[in-house]
Write a protein that binds this ligand. Structure first.
Ligand code: NAD
Length: 419
């Protein structure tokens, strides 16, 4: 995975002047730690879980990145996600480097008390690595505000003072920021709205969307589209999806998922709603396809069959390298993850700032600041792509690389020292 991600760095380096030492530095993670977490289960038995944390690059500030609980998590995935975070923070212009963490576990198979013990065990294992000035985790796949609250509490116990700034995405009562829960989707939505004319998706065109993944990112994004007059024709989760050419009601689909455990049950008793598997859903005709689940969903074969005009990557790395090549050949525009989902880390940055100041903002202040940052960076990426005649993905990497290179070169390179 990391090799694939690094190919974007090489691709971007062709379009901007950077010192070879910058590229060399960005080839490798600064720090990767793995641990085995031993946790007492409710039945008295003890189980162990593999866990990782990576700080990829901290030239621009403390590292920042989510913690994922997933049965297929790997070290390679964690390092790759931390690499993407390094570029995402640079694209958003927030003063952070990139980090990431994971536990290999299916959290749906744990009780709530087991989940709490596991979350606290993660902080105990990585306490030397994380910290408000060093590395600041956040939620990711299958982790949420409550888990962040437990983790912040565990860290505060270890250092023996309340330390909310060690982690973001916390419950508001524990120092979380207003507007963090839907920040990732809202950021993606601001990108979409700001570039809608350029993308050919303004109000005059037909606007049908398919959303893959119905967790934090996918659900809020579907709601924002629906409120804006889009028809959300398809929605899926890990167990399958539903499709209605007339448009689904995102809140009703969510209520069904909460009640019955899966999105596809929404079709029960509704003749107009079709149950579809995940691959079939990705290939339904729409103007906007929004992968909001996991990496590597849009493979070469899916890219050949999908019928969307624009893909907005709310998930990290949802398109494989082969898939990306097919999409480029087919002229399908991809709004890349490091821009499209940067709203999450931007509001995480706001949360960290508020924790350090001890002064909290209103929801409208959060949204206004988010909008300003995201619109500016989105337009910059769009202009770069036009100016250099490159894809939005390459343009986003060029933008991130320019910021990273400025910071790395400010420490001096051979050009400075060898004089
Ligand atoms: P989440 O755990 O809240 O939701 C994940 C959703 O994806 C669930 O509904 C799950 O059922 C679904 N899913 C899993 N495998 C699937 C599959 N094969 N097909 C369809 N659906 C599938 O996670 P999230 O926070 O919404 O994160 C989703 C993606 O967005 C991830 O790639 C994550 O890294 C990225 N992201 C999240 C944030 C954030 O703030 N939450 C920020 C930036 C990026």
């Amino acid at each position: 995975m990391l090799k694939g991600a690094l190919s974007h760095l090489d691709g971007a380096a062709k379009y901007t002047k950077v010192h070879p030492e910058v590229l060399e530095k960005l080839q490798y993670p600064k720090e990767v730690m793995s641990a085995r977490l031993f946790v007492r289960m409710d039945d008295g038995s003890r189980r162990s879980f593999r866990a990782w944390r990576c700080r990829y690059d901290d030239t621009r500030g403390p590292t920042k990145g989510g913690i994922r609980f997933h049965p297929e998590a790997t070290q390679d995935e964690v390092v790759t996600l931390a690499f993407w975070m390094t570029f995402k923070c640079a694209v958003a212009g927030v003063p952070f480097g990139g980090g990431k963490g994971a536990i290999r576990v299916d959290p749906r198979k744990l009780s709530k008390t087991e989940l709490e013990r596991l979350s606290r065990a993660y902080v105990q294992a990585f306490a030397q690595m994380i910290g408000p000035e060093r590395d600041i985790p956040a939620p990711d796949v299958y982790t949420n505000a409550m888990i962040m609250g437990w983790m912040a509490d565990e860290y505060s116990s270890l250092v023996d003072y309340p330390c909310p700034g060690v982690i973001t995405g916390k419950p508001i009562a524990l120092g979380g920021s207003k507007g963090r829960d839907d920040a990732t989707s809202r950021g993606g939505f601001y990108v979409l709205k700001h570039l809608q004319k350029e993308l050919g998706l303004d109000n005059g065109s037909e606007r049908r969307a398919v959303v893959q993944g119905y967790g934090n990112a996918g659900y809020h994004f579907a709601c924002l589209l629906h409120e804006d007059g889009w028809k959300v024709v398809g929605i899926s989760d890990s167990r399958g999806g539903v499709y209605d050419p007339e448009g689904l009601d995102p809140k009703a689909v969510k209520a069904c998922k909460e009640e019955k455990g899966e999105v596809s049950k929404y079709a029960e008793g509704r003749d107009n709603v079709e149950v579809v598997d995940n691959d079939a859903l990705l290939c339904k005709s729409c103007e906007l396809l929004v992968p909001a689940a996991l990496e590597d969903q849009i493979t070469e074969s899916i890219a050949k069959c999908l019928d969307a005009r624009v893909i907005l990557e709310l998930a990290n790395g949802p398109v494989t390298a082969d898939g990306n090549a097919v999409l480029e050949r087919r002229g399908i525009t991809v709004v890349p993850d490091i821009l499209a989902n940067a709203g999450g880390v931007t509001v995480s940055y706001f949360e960290w700032v508020q924790n350090r100041q001890g002064f909290y903002w209103t929801e409208s202040e959060v949204r206004q600041r988010l909008k300003q940052i995201i619109q500016e960076e989105a337009m910059h990426v769009w202009s770069l792509s036009k100016q250099k005649e490159i894809s939005l993905r390459t343009a986003a990497y060029v933008h991130g690389l320019e910021r990273l290179s400025e910071a790395i070169e400010a420490h001096g390179t051979q050009t400075y020292f060898h004089c």
